[in-house]
Design a protein around this ligand. Structure first.
Ligand code: COA
Length: 259
């Protein structure tokens, strides 16, 4: 897949998408958003890929949407801008393979929102998370006002959204914005080890677990439990479920085929 603003490579069934516009701290412009949508769609459909890592080249993960592209836009254009980014990030969130953000540096504005749309976030201690839009006279438009409170709670989310002030990786980990923390030089190894662990379990179960959590978060507890029961029962039609349970009983490692 040839891209201008992304590097995409797959090793041992783990794809790494590196946002590659380091001279602009990987600011997310329209071309990059389109490439990201294309790359993620292709990786989601690629049977040789079991997990996807998103990271940034240089000292930034993504330093936000490209401010130059929005400065003079009309209200109508801003709505289209927000909906486009939201759609791309929602598709990432609904990917039925684990998508893990390896947050190496600045994850500001749209960069923080991209990390929020990923299933799991691994942060470098040197990362800087923030939603600085209010400093630009804006609010987050790629899902930040919705995903951050769902993830860390209303108070901690509003602290970030209203102040616009960034926090480092350690603080992000403390409040639950980052799920794992690593020293900068161990970030990719830590992220890959986590991804490799998921590759060893049943891939259909992983997909259904992602689906259950995604669907359940938008529903009441009772509706979510109904979703869970249906997805749980659907696994009774897979050979992976028979193999996983039989392997436990036979005290051997399971060999999953993804069917
Ligand atoms: N949009 C467009 N360009 C951006 C950008 C963004 N969101 N973030 C960084 N850049 C560009 C800078 O304009 C600069 O380009 P130049 O070299 O052509 O002048 C380059 O990236 C390097 O950034 P610089 O500001 O010089 O680096 P720094 O280390 O001094 O500061 C930041 C880093 C992240 C604190 C600062 O770039 C920043 O505040 N960026 C905007 C963050 C933001 O508000 N994001 C939300 C957008 S909705």
């Amino acid at each position: 897949m040839p891209f201008e603003l992304l590097l995409v490579e797959t090793t041992d069934r783990i794809a790494t998408v590196t946002i590659n516009r380091p001279d602009k701290l990987n600011a997310l412009n329209a071309a990059m958003l389109a490439e990201l949508a294309t790359a993620m769609g292709a990786l989601a459909a690629d049977h040789n890929v079991g997990a996807i890592i998103i990271t940034g080249a240089g000292r930034s993960f993504v330093a936000g949407a490209d401010i130059g592209e929005i400065a003079a836009e009309s209200s109508t254009a801003l709505e289209a801008f927000a909906r486009k980014g939201q759609g791309t990030f929602r598709a990432i969130e609904r990917t039925q393979k684990p998508v893990i953000a390896a947050v190496n540096g600045f994850a500001l504005g749209g960069g923080c929102e991209l990390a929020l749309a990923c299933h799991v976030r691994v942060a470098s201690t040197k990362a800087k998370f923030g939603l600085p839009e209010v400093k630009l006279g804006l609010i987050p438009g790629y899902g930040g006002t919705q995903r951050l409170p769902r993830l860390v709670g209303r108070g901690p989310a509003l602290k970030l959204i209203l102040s616009g002030e960034p926090i480092d990786g350690t603080e992000a980990h403390r409040i639950g914005l980052a799920d794992m923390l690593a020293e900068p030089d161990a970030l990719m190894a830590t992220t890959r080890a986590f991804a490799a662990g998921i590759l060893a379990v049943g891939p259909v179960a992983v997909a259904r677990a992602l689906e259950a959590v995604d669907l359940g978060l938008d529903r009441s507890l009772d509706e979510g439990l109904d979703v869970e029961a249906k997805l749980f029962s659907s696994l009774g039609n897979t050979s992976d479920m028979r193999e996983g349970t039989r392997a436990f009983i036979e005290k051997r490692a399971a060999v999953f085929t993804g069917s």
